[in-house]
Design a binder for this molecule. Structure first.
Ligand SMILES: [Zn+2]
Length: 194
């Protein structure tokens, strides 16, 4: 099977999320601002299948050989790696959370499981910021995944400034559309992309 065919399958059935298999995280969806629901629904649909690919059975191994991460080109591409384990992803989280004055929430090298890191973040963040944080996590994960797809299918170069710009724009759109808790969280920073 052609590499691109394999990755196309990944894209179609995998657009992320660990949310689905992690029931504890699933329950958080009830608290999410409604605007975040579309990415969450897509993430739900494909996340479970991505995990199946990440934990390949022999049959899947044959059909879907391991691919290198399109961001760092060093590690195996898994959903956990793309969203939190990769140095590229950690840099994105660092830039955003540092700008929001939430450095304690930046994933470290020991944070290799997205849902665990998310849960840890919720324990650390003040209660009044939790809903906004949930929206932010979904938005950033969603845009990171789309950036991954652009790198693979449109031959875009991994770019932290570009991704941060897209995330900042998307945050503005969500805010204009009424994501008040996300706006409150973002008010902690003048500009994510600065
Ligand atoms: Zn990587």
């Amino acid at each position: 099977m052609e590499i691109n065919s394999v990755r196309y399958i990944h894209q179609q059935i995998s657009v992320c999320c660990f949310l689905c298999w992690d029931h504890q995280i699933c329950t958080m969806e009830k608290d999410l601002e409604e605007l975040g629901s579309t990415p969450v629904q897509v993430l739900h649909l494909v996340g479970y299948q991505q995990l199946m690919l990440d934990n390949k059975t022999d049959l899947l191994k044959e059909a879907c050989p391991t691919q290198a991460c399109p961001f760092c080109d060093k590690e195996e591409e898994t959903i956990q790696h793309i969203l939190v384990g990769c140095v590229f992803a950690r840099q994105i989280w660092f830039s955003i959370l540092q700008a929001l004055h939430l450095p304690a929430l930046v994933p470290s090298t020991s944070d290799t499981k997205f849902s665990s890191w998310w849960r840890k973040g919720l324990r650390l963040i003040p209660k009044d910021l939790q809903k906004g944080f949930n929206s932010l996590v979904i938005l950033v994960a969603w845009e990171t995944w789309k950036h991954r797809n652009s790198c693979i299918f449109k031959h875009a170069r991994p770019s932290i400034p570009d991704l941060l710009r897209v995330i900042a724009d998307e945050c503005s759109f969500w805010g204009l559309a009424g994501a008040s808790k996300l706006q409150e969280l973002l008010a902690r920073s003048l500009s994510l992309a600065a």
